[in-house]
Design a protein around this ligand. Sequence first.
Ligand SMILES: *Cc1c(COP(=O)(O)O)cnc(C)c1O
Length: 499
Amino acid sequence: MNYTSTRNHSVKVSAAHAIATGISPDGGLYVPETIPAFTYEELLAAAKADYRERAVSVLGKYLTDFTADELRECVDGAYTGKFGGEEVAPVVDIAENRFVLELWHGPTCAFKDMALQLLPHLLTRSVKKTCDGKEIVILVATSGDTGKAALEGFRDVPGTRIIVFYPVEGVSAIQKKQMVTQEGENVGVCAIRGNFDDAQTGVKRIFTDREIAAVLEKHNMAFSSANSINWGRLAPQIVYYISAYADLMNRGVIKNKGDKINVVVPTGNFGNILAAYYAKKMGLPIGRLICASNANNVLTDFIRTGVYDRNRQFYTTLSPSMDILISSNLERLIYDLSGCDSERVKGWMDSLSATGRYEVDDDVKEKISALFWAGCCDDEATQRTISEIFEERHYLADTHTAVALNVYEQYVKEFGSDVPAVIASTASPYKFAPAVLGAIARDRVSDDEFEMLDGLHAVSGVETPDPLAGLKGKAVRFDRVCDGSGMRETVLDMLGITE
Ligand SMILES: *Cc1c(COP(=O)(O)O)cnc(C)c1O
């Protein structure tokens, strides 16, 4: 299978090339030339298999330049012993026809682990296939979740180094502690005096700095990226929708061939819900794809009207991983729905960067409204939902999951709930303990994030995830802080390179 660019249909590269380089030189995203089918017989086989076998069978259809043995090694490395509990992605029955797909049992307690545990394995093999045994240096600018998940994913992976920059004032106490205590011989973490944009701008500057690239080249190293537009992060996300359906078959919730589910996803960069779209296109019987947003509801408006307009107020919310006004992966959807018309996509994307706005054509609008439904809710509704689900169903949801649960009830009011809904749960409630505690036991909210972990446990009885509970006594390994202008020097220093 070959991959092409959403902005230039004449591009044709292998999966390994797409993963090793991340983004097409024309600025477009890599997409598979065709979407492979996953048949009913394969679903029956998946139902009998464990998560890792399901992953190998799905990924094998997309990463055709990897052998089955290679994929098995990658998948084993990613998911064996790394996810707490018995299942990698358990499906929890919380109410009539409502199933929560918990994607946060990985080492950093957010769903980013599902892809970032696997990406390092795919990336190192891709680099071997396409480059020449160079050591890969991953640079990440993070506002919190991605940095930690990438550190944990790349920790001690041979042939790689990883350096993460985070804004000194921009992350929560727990997120900071997660990063500065990171273990591993190939990792580095540094705070930036400034905000996330400063960190991001600095990283981009280093990526495009030819001089530093030449210095790395001399030491047989090259930069690469682990951000969410890399196909190697998207493909692993298709697996868990197929896995959830297989689990529902095993439980007798799905009884007949073709029985449908709806899928509800709390959405930011549109990666997670796009993976569900690909699963549907492969043949998984999904009825509606329900896109849930917080107060930053640019996607709700787009799905309802076909107009994407980022010229609006930006809100900082209790579900910060969805505080985003440019959803990069939406480009892959409109490419597919436009009939793979890279000219039209390029036009829309040019308009987005020039004016912050674009409007898709009627043919695309019609397809979007047949496939998707969208809704949003604000912080107050998010916390009310956490409290209601906890009181009524004894289920503790994080703020992002709560947005999805709230939006699904809006959908049910309009269309009913006659098919099972799979609701993606993207973070452990403990990762956003202050807001969750604020919803269910306001009197226990304090200044001390670790005290609040204990408080959440006392009130809910839900186990504190080991990776978060274990943070308290961990030694700080990285206390470096630099200015945006000092990032280049920091990178070289951390790599042990003296010019
Ligand atoms: C990244 C993230 C999201 C958004 O996922 P996208 O794939 O960017 O749409 C939602 N919830 C949490 C907790 C996240 O970390």
